[in-house]
Design a protein. Structure first.
Length: 376
């Protein structure tokens, strides 16, 4: 499973050792902004020795007069993954992004261009984007920009001052529904995020926080996972960025080991998710998130699926001739009771990737944000 580090190894810190440190956490692709092409080339050389790919952003790529020469330099490096074009564009910026992507790929058609979309939000946010609905924003991007894939960021877990209780943004699952649907219709993969750097109202991540974001992304069919951020950004203002896996001074934080743990867990389950086709995504609970569909019908070998508490994401996937049922506890704060009954041919996929028989009747407690996976 590709894992992208946003604000990865800093340009001023690039070395083989630093990229190996990122790879140790589980990073496969590093995105960093470089001011000049020469530093980017040095980073590509070091990253290649560490087995890490780079999404490169540098000033020359934005220049009509310097872009071609920069691409010709960068494209020679085996560690090059992609060229960074834009983060969170307005609709009015789509033509500029399209021109840039076309110009880059006219020189180097073998490497894709990267852009990432805003999440949805209230009416004033959508108006600022230049659309009436979030679906319109996503559709316009796919229609107007020669995108190789569809990426969007949304950090769904927030807290109130003085409280550790996680609240879920009411747009998150609706946005996942829209992005997954539009990517499928456009025959493109979609990329999604987990927040690994707390700031403003976003809390220091726990294992449950990370699991909820990543397993929900995967349940909807995400094929690339991105971490915002790897290195703690240094910015002015009230953002209060802190406790990313790597601190501003380059030291590891407690978040490093936490993210390493969940990344390793995800990679052991890549046979479930990587290359999977989403058959359906449904939700259980007294109420279901805005824009989602309630689970009413169970797949044939499943006799009973009941959840307690806030409810679950229930995703049916197909991969390499097998069907997988992924059940994600949608509550970031509280464990969920699960009662599951199925035919004897149904098996359970454990967190270490091993496959064991599923009991005819299973009652279990699912930790906050965690997932249980069955297959047949």
């Amino acid at each position: 499973m590709p894992i992208v580090a946003w604000h990865g190894v800093r340009a001023s810190q690039v070395s083989v050792a630093r990229f190996r440190e990122a790879a140790e956490l589980g990073i496969t692709v590093n995105y960093t902004r470089f001011s000049d092409t020469e530093t980017a080339c040095k980073a590509l050389e070091y990253a290649g020795q560490a087995g890490v790919k780079l999404i490169v952003e540098c000033d020359a790529l934005y220049s009509d007069t310097r872009r071609e020469a920069a691409v010709k330099k960068l494209m020679r490096y085996p560690a090059l993954e992609a060229y960074f074009c834009k983060d969170e564009p307005l609709c009015s910026e789509f033509p500029t992004i399209a021109r840039m992507m076309n110009a880059v790929q006219a020189v180097d058609p073998d490497h894709y261009c990267y852009a990432n979309l805003f999440p949805g939000g209230p009416a004033e946010h959508l108006q600022a984007l230049g659309v009436a609905t979030y679906r319109e924003y996503v559709q316009r991007y796919l229609n107007e920009v020669p995108a190789a894939f569809l990426s969007f960021d949304e950090y769904p877990l927030v807290t109130n001052p003085g409280s550790s209780v996680r609240l879920i943004k009411d747009t998150w699952y609706e946005d996942l529904e829209i992005v997954a649907d539009e990517a499928r219709k456009a025959n493109k993969k979609f990329w999604a995020f987990a927040l690994t750097c707390p700031h403003v109202v976003y809390p220091v991540p726990t294992l449950s926080d990370l699991r909820l974001q990543l397993y929900s992304d995967l349940a909807y069919g995400a094929q690339v996972l991105q971490y915002f951020t790897y290195w703690t950004p240094t910015v002015s203002g009230d953002w209060n960025y802190r406790m990313a896996p790597i601190a501003e001074d380059g030291a590891r934080t407690a978040t490093y080991d936490l993210v390493k743990t969940v990344t390793s867990e995800i990679q052991r389950l890549s046979g479930v998710f990587l290359g999977a086709r989403v058959v359906s995504v449904r939700h259980t609970g007294t109420s279901v998130p805005k824009g989602t569909v309630r689970l009413t019908d169970l797949p044939e070998p499943v006799r009973r699926l009941e959840t307690e508490g806030s409810g679950a994401v229930v995703s049916q996937l197909e991969n390499q001739g097998y069907t997988f049922l992924v059940i994600v506890n949608r509550d970031p704060n509280t464990a969920m009771g699960l009662r599951f009954e199925a035919e004897s041919r149904v098996r359970q996929v454990l967190k270490n990737g091993s496959i064991v028989p599923a009991d005819d009747i299973t009652e279990m407690t699912v930790d906050p944000g965690d997932a249980v996976i069955y297959m047949w």
